[in-house]
Design a protein around this ligand. Structure first.
Ligand code: GLN
Ligand code: ZN
Length: 755
């Protein structure tokens, strides 16, 4: 290792990879469907990488990350890099087929589990590590991408996920702790460092985002020993350890104590200049200052970012300007959004614009502000305009929230509500229901596409959706379900549908962001105070109710989920925004009740997702998130039954908060975990109605009556019959109609058999 590596001044921590027009998504899905061959897929991937690298270099980045491209997921790629794919796919000869089998399974093998990447909306594949996993370095992909970049004259910096993050995020199989394998992994990384140096890498970026979570003493000690050990490799690139999504806290001192040449820190999500100043050992290192938010879409406050970077420059040898994390989490470019109103547009920065912000800041930092004075002035003006825009503040909403009485988010005690609701609804014991959506039929998709193209008008669209609703009601009546739903045909997406109708939100046309694999989402942008100008669901639900004597459940998305799946404003606390959304949903529940709807479900599948990464921050989060849900659901009378739906069964730290929601009925996923969740709920004194999913909707398999009876018996062992509801795990929109009919018929029969 050379004494002083050439440093750099401007970079990002990673790139999106799905393609500006989702080219990679289409190519991969085409390959899966057999429409294109592997070579065509590889060509598409290469073209996308080259376009990205070239654009980054042209924009002025003097160090460009390489290796953040992926056909599916970076954790899966790391498992391949380390030879850590599970045995069950090892027998698949074809490399791509093996890779995709690990990612999504096939007829013979189960895929890896998928879970959320820290507190983002990206999902990664969870590596499975056992005491027997035979690690073996396979650097082919990374080296090929490094060479590809080098041939283009790109100042490439290979990126890998570090051993501590890799193992801490892995799942131990056969009761082994993945971290017990740390020592076995280190030689592979050492070998990799030398390989990368020989291919010409001056720097390597080793991502250790897990350092921003609470770590044990022994994990912290590993941080120091692992990275010190890496620096002892004779032939290697300079090492940049990257942390993001928060402050590394005590782990920063451990890194500082090693001889690594650089650290990348997230100054948007919690790291401060004081954290750096407090560690004199950082003085000799390159600090890659993540001052441009890689996760949100707001134009950077260049003055503030420059102030941060300048302060750092005062105390460190060298400073590079960077995004706070990979650009994976934001759309490609604002250029694809010609329809966003110019004022609003000037407040935003997507991936390409963020790269420009980085280079502008780097120029200002290293050669003075003169050369970029106009850019800085333009950013300042846009920021001022945003700050002064009247849409940021809705006086009525603010006044209403201020005026809410202290007990406005409380309802009568649950028992009182229960008897009122029982009297009003007259439901049998073990009432049957579904979670909301019914299969998205071809007619629904066609109608939506035709409306978008202007081939049909709103009235025709509404007529067709009503026909769908009528079908779903008839179907449910025929099956003998007790509480019906309208089926959600009119909803493209459970958040977007509401965002489109609320003030304060903006929709993008091409703002796609990878959620997992080839799946992308287009989060709405929440830019101003939220208000509900008109009812959003009442017509649809009332229409459904008009077709039946059975109660139809109103169906809404809760405030926390609406925030979790949107880009949120950064100019006020999230809890304040949550209350505004909560108020809008509250207004909707009141209107539904007025229209004669007696049961209203408010879905909060994302409640757990926004949980802060550090324990110390969790209580405050649970306080405002549960508070926003209660605000949304306490405007109705006690005889109106509130349901909620949560999409998982491992509540972990949010388990205590479930009771706090105070919903009369909570439906949850349970089928895959054999009702264990009910014991967890009992352990925290949960005493409200509960609908543990009695069958798994994630699989096309139709459950038999016996199986569902067995599930229900297991549930009845934990929950008295008068609190138990009978429903599937989740919504049915991804399933085929035939499967749904058969499954629900068996579910209704199972409930009847036990009554
Ligand atoms: N009501 C929604 C549906 O049934 C709930 C979806 C979800 O839990 N993510 O589709
Ligand atoms: Zn669900």
């Amino acid at each position: 290792m050379a004494d002083t590596p050439n440093t750099f001044t401007a970079t990002v921590l990673g790139f999106p990879r799905i393609g500006p027009n989702r080219e990679l998504k289409r190519a991969i899905e085409g390959y899966w469907a057999g429409r294109i061959d592997p070579v065509a897929l590889q060509n598409t991937a290469r073209d996308l990488r080259i376009a990205q690298l070239t654009a980054a270099k042209t924009a002025g980045l003097d160090s460009v990350p390489v290796g953040t491209f992926s056909y599916y997921d970076q954790m899966l790629d790391t498992a391949v890099l380390l030879g850590a794919l599970p045995d069950r796919v090892a027998g698949i000869i074809d490399e791509l087929q093996r890779y995709f089998a690990a990612a999504r399974g096939n007829a013979e093998v189960e895929p890896l589990e998928m879970t959320k990447w820290f507190d983002t909306n990206y999902h990664y594949l969870v590596p499975e590590i056992s005491a027997q996993t035979a690690f073996r370095l396979d650097e082919t992909k990374l080296v090929a991408e490094l060479r590809e970049a080098a041939e283009l004259g790109i100042p490439a910096r290979p990126v890998v996920i570090g051993p501590i993050t890799f193992l801490k995020l892995a799942k131990g199989t056969g009761d082994s702790d993945p971290m017990a394998r740390l020592d076995d992994l280190l030689p592979l990384y050492e070998q990799l460092l030398t390989v990368l140096a020989r291919v010409g890498a001056e720097w390597v970026q080793i991502d250790e985002p897990v350092l921003v979570t609470d770590l044990s003493e022994s994990d912290l000690a590993s941080v120091r020993s692992v990275y010190q050990r890496f620096t002892a490799v004779a032939e290697r690139p300079a090492i940049l350890v990257a942390t993001y999504f928060g402050s590394p806290g005590p782990a920063l001192a451990e890194l500082a104590a090693t001889d690594v040449e650089g650290v990348a820190l997230d100054f948007v999500a919690g790291t401060t200049v004081d954290d750096v100043a407090a560690l004199p050992a950082l003085t000799g290192k390159l600090v890659v200052a993540g001052v441009v938010d890689g996760r949100n879409i707001w134009r950077t406050d260049l003055d503030q970012a420059l102030a941060t970077a300048s302060t750092l420059l005062g105390s460190s040898r060298s400073v590079a300007v960077a995004t706070s994390c990979s650009l994976l989490h934001v759309p490609y470019t604002l250029d694809a959004e010609p329809d966003i109103e110019p004022a609003l547009r000037s407040w935003l920065a997507f991936g390409a614009e963020k790269i420009t912000e980085v280079t502008t800041l780097a120029t200002a930092l290293h050669t003075g502000t003169d050369a970029v004075a106009t850019d800085i002035a333009a950013a300042r003006a846009a920021r001022q305009a945003r700050h002064n825009d009247s849409r940021l503040r809705n006086g009525t909403v603010r006044a209403r929230l201020e005026a809410l009485a202290p007990g406005a988010d409380r309802r009568a005690p649950a028992d009182e509500r229960r008897s009122l609701q029982q009297a009003g609804l007259g439901l049998p014991t073990l009432p049957t229901t579904t979670i909301g959506s019914y299969p998205q039929t071809t007619q629904i998709r066609v109608a939506r596409a035709e409306l978008r193209k202007g081939a049909i008008d709103r009235a025709e669209y509404q007529r067709r959706m009503r026909a769908e609703i009528a079908d779903v009601i008839e179907l449910q009546e025929g099956l003998g379900l007790d509480v019906l739903v309208h089926g959600e045909p009119e909803r493209n997406d459970m958040v977007q549908y509401f965002a489109e109708q609320l003030d304060g939100f903006l929709a993008t046309q091409h703002g796609w962001v990878q959620s997992y694999g080839t799946r992308c989402v287009r989060p709405p942008i929440l830019f101003g105070d939220v208000a509900r100008p008109h009812p959003m669901t009442v017509d649809w639900i009332s229409y459904a109710q008009s077709l039946t004597d059975k109660p139809v459940k109103g169906m809404l998305t809760g405030p926390v989920t609406i925030l979790a799946w949107s880009f949120v404003r950064d100019d006020q606390p999230l809890g304040d925004t949550a209350r505004q959304v909560g108020l809008a949903i509250r207004d909707e529940t009141v209107d539904l009740q007025r229209a004669g709807i007696r049961i209203i479900q408010v879905d909060e599948p994302a409640l757990r997702e926004l949980l802060p990464l550090r324990d110390a921050d969790k209580p405050a989060y649970l306080e405002w998130s549960v508070g926003a849900f209660r605000l949304a659901t306490s405007g109705v009378s006690d005889s109106t039954q509130i349901h909620t739906h949560l999409c998982y069964s491992e509540f972990g730290e949010v388990i205590g908060a479930i009771a706090g929601l105070d919903a009369d009925v909570t439906s949850i996923e349970a089928a895959r975990s054999h009702m264990e969740v009910l014991d967890d709920l009992n352990a925290v004194g949960f005493h409200l109605g509960v609908g543990p999913g009695v069958y798994d909707i994630h699989s096309p398999r139709v459950p038999s009556v016996d199986e569902i009876v067995a599930s229900l018996r297991a549930a009845l062992a934990a929950v008295p019959a008068d609190r138990l509801w009978v429903n599937p795990d989740c919504g049915l929109k991804t399933r085929a109609t035939d499967e749904v009919i058969e499954s629900l018929r068996n579910m209704v029969e199972a409930a009847a058999a036990l009554r």
